[in-house]
Design a protein around this ligand. Structure first.
Ligand code: AMP
Ligand code: ZN
Length: 436
């Protein structure tokens, strides 16, 4: 059978039918939400009557929910179900203050697994694949989220966990892994281990494609990953507040990520005015869960910056596509009056062939002046012995970064593998500036 979709009817609904479905699901969601202490109080205060909602657009009557709201109502303020109906929680680490926690009922876990299965199917993963999930298990959603999704699809799923690169490579070779999921910054380390073991991922594995996500990365980084691994790398977007993975996913055409609109209602707003941006412009993604019972979240401000992409997709899926994340509104830093996103710097670096795979941006106050120091691994360690080549590369990086962000950086070139692999999301910016 040449099946093209995991759930054809849902994935190819017309936008009009999708909006009708969203409206139906929103009504159910509101009924669940009003069982939680938080939304019950909010609806009473704002005189919101879910029965009065006439279309999905009425959602705009509801105020936004923020991470702060989740934190300050920790641990059970958003819980909308009886404890006996809840079967799992996931929570974000939260280095300061309360973590954010999300509860799932059996229905919620089932619906999430289906969304991930659908996403994997869209990039060509099948029940004949061996799927190695190189991702932290436990409270982080990338582990169990992909585990359940790949199992739902019927793939032989290896819960490899994060880190331990030599073992990851051994698992790939022992079991003939065909698909991997991991965060992009980790792939950059993994390829170094392949090299160290005298192996080439392009010829010494059975890999067919990979899924990368959970952290911002540029198209240039993806291109590098694809060239090094010799396979296509598909972008996967999600966040714990909306389950985790399986919110938006590229299809085989790699032209933006289809956002699963039967399960999430998406809006894009200007983070300052909080008004919707004109269609196609970049702004902050706001999401409402439409198929969750234990803990629905309404109009959640993700802080992630993206835009809707115009046009239809040749794959036939009708769910709208969002662009690769430009970053998070809280990732942006201001230095010498200029607004800088780490992804702007990554984009420049990854286009320079002599630049290696990892980098770190440090912000320091030196003699009373704020400086942006970029430590950059070179691709070939021998390079560091050649002073004139080094000088030339530093100059190229300095000029190109300056052209992109209008701030002249100090560039420090370092050995390949200078930055140790981290098991979680990569830290790209350290701000050590003096606060006045
Ligand atoms: P967490 O809830 O800890 O899994 O983190 C979710 C956050 O990771 C999102 O809000 C995004 O900021 C980021 N993220 C996840 N997937 C992607 C992706 N494909 N591209 C860019 N950022 C991502
Ligand atoms: Zn598509």
């Amino acid at each position: 059978m040449n099946q093209q979709y995991w759930e054809k009817e849902l994935e190819t609904l017309s936008q009009v039918d999708l909006q009708i479905l969203q409206y139906e699901r929103l009504k159910k969601t509101l009924r669940f939400a009003s069982q939680s202490m938080y939304y019950k109080k909010l609806f009473a205060e704002k005189k919101i009557n879910p029965d009065g909602f006439k279309s999905i657009k009425d959602i705009e009557k509801i105020p936004f929910t923020t991470k702060e709201d989740l934190r300050s109502n920790f641990p059970y303020g958003f819980l909308a179900a009886e404890k006996r109906e809840v079967i799992r929680l996931h929570s974000s680490s939260g280095t300061t203050g309360n973590p954010t926690v999300v509860y799932h009922s059996k229905h919620d876990i089932d619906s999430w697994a289906n969304l991930v299965a659908r996403s994997l199917f869209a990039v060509g993963t099948r029940d004949t694949d061996v799927f190695q999930n190189i991702s932290g298990y436990g409270l982080f959603t990338g582990g169990l989220g992909f585990q359940y999704g790949a199992e739902r699809l019927g793939a032989l799923t290896i819960p490899a966990g994060a880190g331990n690169s030599k073992r990851q490579i051994k698992l790939m070779r022992d079991y003939g892994t065909t698909v991997i999921h991991t965060i992009p910054s980790y792939v950059m380390h993994l390829v170094d281990f392949f090299r160290e073991m005298n192996l080439d991922p392009r010829t010494d594995t059975d890999l067919r494609h990979m899924v990368i996500g959970a952290e911002p990365h540029t198209e240039e980084t993806r291109q590098r990953i694809q060239a090094m691994m010799g396979i296509k790398a598909y972008n996967s977007y999600g966040l714990s507040e909306m389950n985790g993975p399986g919110v938006a996913f590229e299809c085989e055409y790699q032209n933006g990520m289809h956002l699963w609109e039967d399960a999430f209602y998406a809006e894009i707003i200007d983070p300052v005015t909080l008004q919707h941006v004109p269609e196609g412009e970049i702004g902050e993604l706001v999401l409402t869960s439409l198929d969750r019972q234990a803990m629905p979240i309404l109009r959640y401000r993700t802080r992630d910056l993206t835009r809707f992409l115009p046009g239809s997709c040749p794959c036939g899926r009708t769910h709208r596509r969002i662009d690769r994340m430009k970053g998070r509104s809280d990732d942006m830093f201001i230095i010498r009056g200029c607004n800088v996103f780490p992804m702007q710097i990554e984009k420049v670096l990854m286009q320079i062939p002599e630049v290696g795979n990892n980098y770190m941006i440090q912000l320091e106050t030196i003699d009373g002046v704020d400086e942006m120091i970029i430590e950059v691994e070179v691709l070939d360690g021998n390079f560091l012995d050649n002073y004139s080549k080094l000088e030339k590369l530093s100059k190229i990086i300095t000029n190109e970064v300056k052209n992109e962000v209008l701030v002249t950086p100090k560039v420090k070139l370092v050995q390949p593998n200078h930055f140790p692999p981290c098991e979680g999301k990569a830290l790209r910016v350290k701000d050590n500036r003096k606060q006045y």
